[in-house]
Design a protein around this ligand. Sequence first.
Ligand code: BGC
Length: 372
Amino acid sequence: MKKITLAATALAAVAALALSGCSGGERGGDAGGASDAAGFAADSTIGVALPDKTSENWVLAGGLFEDGLEEAGFKGDVQYAPASNTVAEQQNQISAMVTNGAKVIVIGAKDGKQLGTQLQQAADAGVKIIAYDRLIENTENVDYYVAFDNFKVGQLQGQALLEGLEARSGHAAPWNIELFSGSPDDANSAVFFDGAMEVLQPKIDDGTLVVASGQTDIAQTATQGWEAENAQSRMDSILTSTYSSSDIDGVLSPNDNLARAIITSAKQAGKDISKITVTGQDSEVESVKSIMAGEQYSTINKDTTLLVEQTIKMIQQLQKGEEADVNDTEQYDNGVKVVPAYLLDPVIVTKENAAEAYANNPNLLEIVTAAQ
Ligand code: BGC
């Protein structure tokens, strides 16, 4: 399927070239032609539209973009969508960035399927779009994607769950587990889940793992808005309906914020959390503390500093009129095109390797050392 899309894209490109040749145009077609070749002024405005602050990484990213863009000589316009009316507010913010003359807009989408109109407006004005952390779907007007390798994040979570079950449950297989996934409006949610299920499904099929609630479909496991309270209440009902007289050995949680909600629910139900394996993602301060205290089992280190640095590097390349570096041209089909991506490597973190994993993060390293 991807090959077909790629071929179609290549054909379209050839057709566009042919057309511009026929019309005798020098700039290769419509909007953006001139700036493609020449780049843009080194002190241009760069928009950064981030979603609501559902994880610490989003909070960190805003500050890092402000400082990093200024240091690189750009004028940064960094905005968060507020927690309520988020989609509409983000749409308005992006439109305003286009109107105000931003040359590149970096977008951490609230709902990656609802930006078509705004991105058409951006393309018409020659503005380049970089999807940041979350893919933007169903539009051709997204130039690049920069993120940690989301599928690998899921695989690492699945592997960590298996390891933790073995190490903590106190008994041999079969193990009872439950599955949680992220918000359906975030393209990452399915990729994390698919990565994890690539590891877990064969073990469910051979009886090593039992999802006792029977809820294995992504629609059943979803956590609307990545809201902790939604995960907590789903966990509460699963524990009541399915585990009143049996043990739960593990939970696949897609991120730290939800992991802590799941742990709270299990503790309130009187479960021994030291025996339950709960995965996570983001290396949030409270989760690193929880891991060191023997509660949450694992997290993922996706160093926001590196992701923001890479994004700014891409912007600098575009400023010079170059193509931005990518290292993946296959994985991220957004429904209309395969978006060229730069993917960074996520790292799994447990109590075992925490000191090593956070060697370059004084804040987290201090928590780890204090707990050892
Ligand atoms: C990010 C995760 C984050 C989640 C909720 C995802 O798109 O990749 O790191 O935990 O959003 O904010």
